[in-house]
Design a protein around this ligand. Structure first.
Ligand code: ATR
Length: 282
């Protein structure tokens, strides 16, 4: 056997820090499930080394591409030979494919992951097009969710943010389906909504709680929290207790990994309950 025969396809996730990333567990599960020879590693890259790392990446034996996490999602943009239109609109890249000529193609699969997670886990018949969506937060995660909901046909997106000017800036950028709402009006903003999504870090283990009265939220409204630690956030528990359908945040993480895995390893992977359990186990 020649040396080239032994080179296995490789991918990984760059971040700083990257120790807490669940992506190796996700892709590792799929590699094993589909019986593929391949590797997916944590790749700690400090910000000052990002350019050198990306320039060297195509020369690394076996590397097919990488995921990108904090703080690099925006900083990688100038190194991409091409980015897809969703990544351009979100303004961030989370998945890179090394093309045969060594150039880097950047995409963003967070919007896909969000919508696919709702499709998989929402009650039958629920659709984003049915009513206004309330989005709590206006940061990086909110941008991906705004793009996803615009593309899914949400008629109105009420963007509720502590710093109102960030919600206003999103509305100026993404158009008049977005309505900025002040943080102290968040309870009233739920009136008539078909979807409530928390994109802030509030309610995450170690973070302050998310305080929001749910009385005005229609019982048929779907409630989603992108926080998945804890899996059942206080928001989801309260929504479930009053009869709302809920979708937890783990699905977005799992579904966003699908396009990258397929591009790097050649198999379109499935999100299953076994995968959920494996990624949650620590
Ligand atoms: P990410 O990229 O994960 O979205 P981010 O860009 O830092 O992270 O955004 C965090 C979001 O959580 C923001 O909408 C932030 O509100 P501000 O824009 O006003 O900072 C929101 N957030 C964080 N802590 C908050 C708090 N204590 N109360 C209300 N909103 C909070």
């Amino acid at each position: 056997m020649s040396e080239t025969d032994e080179i296995v396809p490789r991918a990984g996730v760059i971040g700083w820090p990257v120790a807490h990333s669940r992506s190796p567990r996700l892709h590792g599960f799929w590699l094993k499930q589909y019986g593929l020879a391949g590797r997916y590693d944590k790749l700690p890259v400090p910000p000052e080394d990002l350019g050198v790392f990306l320039e060297a990446l195509p020369k690394e034996p076996g590397f097919r591409g990488i995921n990108v996490t904090l703080p690099h999602k925006v900083a990688v943009l100038p190194y991409m030979a091409e980015i897809d239109s969703v990544a351009r609109r979100i303004g961030a890249v989370n998945t890179i494919v090394i093309r045969p000529d060594g150039s880097l193609f950047g995409s963003n699969t967070d919007a896909f992951g969000f919508i696919e997670s709702l499709k998989a886990d929402a009650p039958a018949g629920w659709s984003a097009a049915q009513g206004p969506a309330v989005v709590l937060g206006a940061g990086g995660a909110a941008r991906a969710i705004v793009v996803a909901l615009l593309d899914a046909g949400a008629p109105v997106l009420r963007i509720v943010n502590r710093s109102l000017e960030k919600a206003e800036a999103l509305a100026a950028e993404f158009g008049d389906r977005l309505q900025p709402v002040a943080w102290d009006k968040r309870a009233e903003a739920l009136s008539g909504a078909g979807l409530l999504v928390n994109t802030t870090s509030l309610g995450m283990s170690g973070q302050p709680p998310l305080e929001i009265a749910l009385d005005d939220l229609p019982k048929a409204a779907l409630v989603n929290d992108i926080v998945y630690s804890p899996l059942e956030t206080d928001l989801l528990a309260r929504a479930r207790a009053r009869g709302n359908p809920v979708v937890d945040g783990l699905g977005m993480l799992l579904h966003q990994g699908r396009p990258g895995f397929e591009a790097w390893f050649g198999v379109a992977p499935q999100v299953t309950s076994d995968l959920r359990a494996a990624v949650l186990a620590d």
